[in-house]
Every structure is written in structure tokens, then in C-alpha cells.
Write a protein that binds this ligand. Structure first.
Ligand code: ZN
Length: 555
């Protein structure tokens, strides 16, 4: 990914940085020299949009991600319930696999499977959940309840079915409350260990501080704890959910009217843990229909206000826009924000982002380019849902669904991501999907939008780093860049596309520390692990404190 040196055979690492390639480093004294044994080394992957605590908690709660079909899901609930006390909740994530999106389990089915327990299953797409009767009772939902926001599913007789959609889910989330900092730190540990095994060295989390068990109003504390205890195994950049924005007082020169306390904004932190964009939910989940945004129930005025306010307060804006109508709203709001005055001095390149871009019209391409926006795409959604899109989207608009190549051709940067746990997370799978655009039925979805393997690899390395405004430090293997790299058993650029997802990830190094060593290749490398580095830092802090105490005693 380094244009001045597209290929190299030797790489020097010192103090967590790459110090040189080939003749720059050959023959220099080194603490250890490692023969990578023919491995292909590429920059560590960056997942530009994922939900780490949700994914990690999903792995420790009842994980339904790989359970397909109503009968199998109910069986999994029954098995899990059997191990619990009667008052315990059955909390499941990733529910809905193998079921049509419009079909849901009912409260009566969940009552039977859970033996009358409170059962709460969150859909894998994150926009709905199903609950048992005990949960409806606990949160006070009856036939007479009208939700302030979102939707409560009812049957023909008006009796709640147990389905709660969008903001109607919050009542359950609020009842259960957030997870503890330690629970979230454990989730981060489990999730980022999985990331490291897939070659991921950095990620952008697409929204912390949201309501729900998988988040917390003090979520940043969980990341700090995970990091301090060697459980953050990939660099984390955290977007903030725009619900966290509130009115602020500031000097007239600054014109910051809304934001976070103290004026915090994008960029605060360091290479391992930093504040990313302000995540603004513009529309919903679907890409169907000519206007692309069927389940859009957010107030456009409030959305515009938040986009403009976030921009003025120094935030990179990451707008969740599935449909083209949402893209229009974001572009208009940013054009207004730009006209109202110059960017704040500290935001010379805000690099605002469209998250998903499920449906983008051709006339929007020059405007996206003009606004300097990045599109953060999820190629695996084509593999997993491409056939569904073909049913839902008008035939003449199919080529606009998760377009990639036409964006690159128009000069719009593209970043690769998974939206995990919504879709599978392996970047190698994402690269394969971006090149193939093959749906489950074997159809190539909009063949002209396929990208080359090199462009796909770039989207998951330098492209994703650029979206995170981190490409001066990461995303390429070049002198002075972070020593974030992944050792692969084969070359994703030259291997036939259908084999890329199965390339073995031999080892992963983040900031010069070993975060994954599946093949034992780095056992004698002299590199410390992420845990060792954290322990050493803690030890050094303790030693400094002891020395100070001794000094004080002598005095
Ligand atoms: Zn997401």
C-alpha cells in the first residue's frame, strides 16, 4: 500500500514503528530477527464500522448468530433456559437468522421455550427485538400501550405479539440497564481477540454511549480499563452516538451550540484509543423502494440541526444513511454548515462519512466528491443479503445498491467494514465479497461495481485508515508508520478471488506487539504481546510510585 515501495522483502520494527524496508534495515543490529517463512505481510486490517461491545457481549450471552430458523432458535432458548434459575433473564443476541425479515417469534412461543422466564432476543440487524410475556409485564406493555417512538407489534385482536421495533426497544433496554464497566471490558477482550485472529489491528466502533445492555453511558471507561489491563487487542477509535449531544454555552466566535461537555471532539486520544466521529442515525435499515428509506422515523429538522452542530463543534460526522434520501439530507445539511462559516480551525479536513450508502444515485456522486466525503461500505452485505435486495429494490435501481467501483471512479474514497455483529466480520471475507459481489444464489450483483483485489485490500487498510483520519500513522507499511501488520499464508491480491476468504491468518502485530500468533511463528520473535506490554506499563508505574515513596521516606 506504499506507492514508493509497493513490495519489499524485509521490514524493520523498533519501538512500535516501522523504521525501514529492505536495504534501509538489512545488516542493522537487531534484538531479534524473524524469518517469516514465505508469509505475505500486508498492513494490519482496519474495520471502519463495527460494534465491538455488542459483538463481544453477544459472544458471552446466548449467541444466536449461527442458529438458523425459528425451530432451532426456540430450541436454543429452551436449552439455555434449562441452565438458569427461574428469575434469570434469557438474553440472546443475533436472533433472526434463516427467518424472513418480516417474520418473528411470538411471545407465546418464547413463553413456552423459556419456561415462563423473561426472554429477550435482539435481532441481528439491531433494529428490533422479541420478548416473552414476562418482559412485557416487567416493562408495563399492555394492549393499551401506544409507544412514543418506534413500534409495538400487535396481532389482529390488538394484543402485543412481543415484537418491539426501533425506539420501542428502549423500554426493555432501560429496564435492564447498561452493563457494568467490567462486563464491557470483558466483551472488548473477547471481541478484539477475535479481531486479532482475523488480522484486524484497528477498528472504528460505530457508536458508544447508546442505550442498551451492550453499551453504557460510561462506556469509554470500559475501553480505558480494557486497555490498561491488556485486553484491548486492536486500536480503537470510538464514534459517539448523537443522543449524547446537548446544548453548550460558548463564545460567539466559536459558535458551538451543541456538543459534548468540555467541547471534546473528534481526534482526542492517542493511537490506541481515541474519539472518532459523531454518529448520526439518519434513516433506518432498509434500502428498498424508490426513495430508499422506508423506515425513516427521525425528525429531519433535528437531524439537520445535529449534523450542522456536530460539524461546527469540530466533529467528523458519520451519518448512517442506507437510502439515497438520507444521503440528500446529509449533503444539504453539510452544504448549509459549510456556507454558514469556515470549518473550525482544528477541522481542516473533516472527512465526513456516509455509513453504509446502501443506495446512492449517480447524481449524488459529484456532490459526495465535492463534500470530500468517504463512503464506508459493507461488501459482505451483498453476499448475505444481495438476493433479498434484488427482490426489494426496483430493477432499474439494483446497480445503485452498495455501489463501490463507481464511487472510486468518481474519486470518492471507500473504506471497507463489516458492521459486525450485523454481518460476518473477517476482512478477508470482505475483500473477497468486494471483488466478487456474489450473492448466496450465485448471482453477481451489479457486475460493473466489482473492484480489483488491490482496491479491495486498500479499502480495508489505507482506505479505512483514511476514513479514521489516521493514514499518516497507519494503513501502509512505510517508514515511520505504526508497526501494524498481518502475516498471511497467501496473497489476497494474486490468489483467485474465491479463495481469499480462506487465507490463513498466521499472525498479527499491532504497534509492534503480538496480538495473534496462531501458527507459533512469533514465539521467538522477541516481540512482546499486547498483555505483556500492558503488564510492563503497569509494573513501570508501580516501580515509579515505589521509588517516589522511598524517596519521600528518606526525606
Ligand atoms: Zn452499524
Amino acid at each position: 500500500m506504499y506507492p514508493l515501495r509497493p513490495a519489499a522483502a524485509a521490514i524493520g520494527i523498533w519501538n512500535g514503528l516501522i523504521v525501514g524496508l529492505d536495504e534501509d534495515v538489512r545488516g542493522l543490529p537487531a534484538a531479534a530477527t524473524l524469518d517469516a517463512d514465505g508469509a505475505v505481510i500486508v498492513p494490519g486490517f482496519h474495520d471502519a464500522h463495527c460494534h465491538t461491545t455488542s459483538y463481544g457481549l453477544g459472544l458471552v450471552l446466548l449467541d444466536l448468530t449461527d442458529v438458523h430458523g425459528a425451530a432451532a432458535i426456540l430450541e436454543a432458548v429452551a436449552d439455555y433456559s434449562a441452565r438458569l434459575d427461574p428469575q434469570d433473564w434469557v438474553i440472546g443476541t443475533g436472533y433472526g437468522g434463516g427467518m424472513p425479515l418480516s417474520e418473528h417469534l411470538t411471545r407465546d412461543e418464547l413463553d413456552r421455550a423459556g419456561g415462563g422466564r423473561a426472554v429477550w432476543l435482539t435481532h441481528f440487524a439491531g433494529h428490533s427485538c422479541v420478548v416473552s410475556s414476562a418482559v412485557l409485564t416487567a416493562v408495563g406493555i399492555t394492549s393499551d400501550t401506544t409507544p412514543e417512538r418506534g413500534r409495538i407489534g400487535v396481532d389482529a385482536a390488538g394484543r402485543p405479539t412481543g415484537l418491539l421495533e426501533e425506539a420501542a426497544m428502549d423500554v426493555v433496554k432501560d429496564h435492564v440497564g447498561p452493563s457494568s464497566v467490567e462486563q464491557l471490558a470483558r466483551a472488548i477482550d473477547v471481541a478484539t481477540a477475535r479481531y486479532a485472529s482475523e488480522g484486524i489491528t484497528s477498528f472504528t466502533d460505530a457508536g458508544i454511549g447508546c442505550p442498551g445492555l451492550d453499551h453504557s453511558p460510561v462506556e469509554m471507561a470500559a475501553y480505558q480499563r480494557a486497555r490498561a489491563t491488556g485486553r484491548l487487542r486492536a486500536r480503537a477509535q470510538l464514534m459517539v452516538h448523537n443522543e449524547k449531544m446537548h446544548e453548550l454555552a460558548s463564545h460567539a466566535d466559536d459558535a458551538i451550540e451543541r456538543g459534548l461537555d468540555l467541547g471534546l471532539h473528534t481526534g482526542l486520544g492517542d493511537g490506541w484509543l481515541s474519539l472518532g466521529a459523531m454518529k448520526i442515525w439518519v434513516d433506518g435499515l432498509g434500502v428498498e423502494g424508490a426513495d430508499g428509506s422506508p423506515d425513516w422515523d427521525n425528525d429531519p429538522e433535528l437531524l439537520r440541526r445535529d449534523i450542522i452542530a456536530a460539524h461546527r463543534a469540530g466533529w467528523q460526522v458519520a451519518a448512517h444513511a442506507m437510502g439515497d434520501r438520507a444521503v440528500d439530507l446529509v449533503l444539504e445539511a453539510l452544504e448549509t454548515a459549510g456556507k454558514a462559516g469556515p470549518y473550525p480551525a482544528q477541522v481542516t479536513h473533516p472527512r465526513h462519512r456516509i455509513e453504509h450508502g446502501g443506495l446512492i444515485r449517480a447524481d449524488q456522486l459529484p456532490r459526495l466528491r465535492q463534500a470530500g466525503m468517504t463512503v464506508v461500505t459493507q461488501p459482505i452485505l451483498i453476499a448475505e443479503y444481495g438476493d433479498l435486495f434484488a427482490e426489494l429494490v426496483a430493477a432499474e435501481r439494483l446497480a445503485e445498491v452498495f455501489r463501490v467501483q463507481s464511487l472510486l471512479d468518481a474519486g470518492i474514497p471507500v473504506a471497507g467494514s463489516s458492521d459486525r455483529p450485523v454481518a460476518a466480520g473477517s476482512p478477508l471475507r470482505g475483500i473477497q465479497a468486494m471483488v466478487q459481489r456474489l450473492t448466496a444464489s450465485g448471482t453477481v450483483h451489479a457486475p460493473a461495481e466489482r473492484s480489483t483485489a488491490a482496491d479491495a485490500l486498500a479499502a480495508y487498510t489505507v482506505g479505512a485508515a483514511r476514513a479514521a483520519r489516521a493514514e499518516p500513522q497507519r494503513g501502509t507499511l512505510a517508514p515511520r508508520m505504526a508497526a501494524d501488520l498481518v502475516l498471511l499464508a497467501d496473497d489476497p491480491v494474486t490468489l483467485p478471488a474465491e479463495q481469499v476468504a480462506d487465507i490463513e491468518v498466521l499472525a498479527t502485530i499491532a504497534g509492534g506487539h503480538v496480538s495473534h500468533d496462531g501458527a507459533g511463528l512469533l514465539t521467538n520473535s522477541g516481540l512482546s504481546t499486547v498483555e505483556m506490554a500492558a503488564a510492563a506499563a503497569a509494573e513501570a508505574a508501580e516501580a515509579a510510585e515505589a521509588a517516589e515513596a522511598a524517596e519521600a521516606a528518606r526525606a
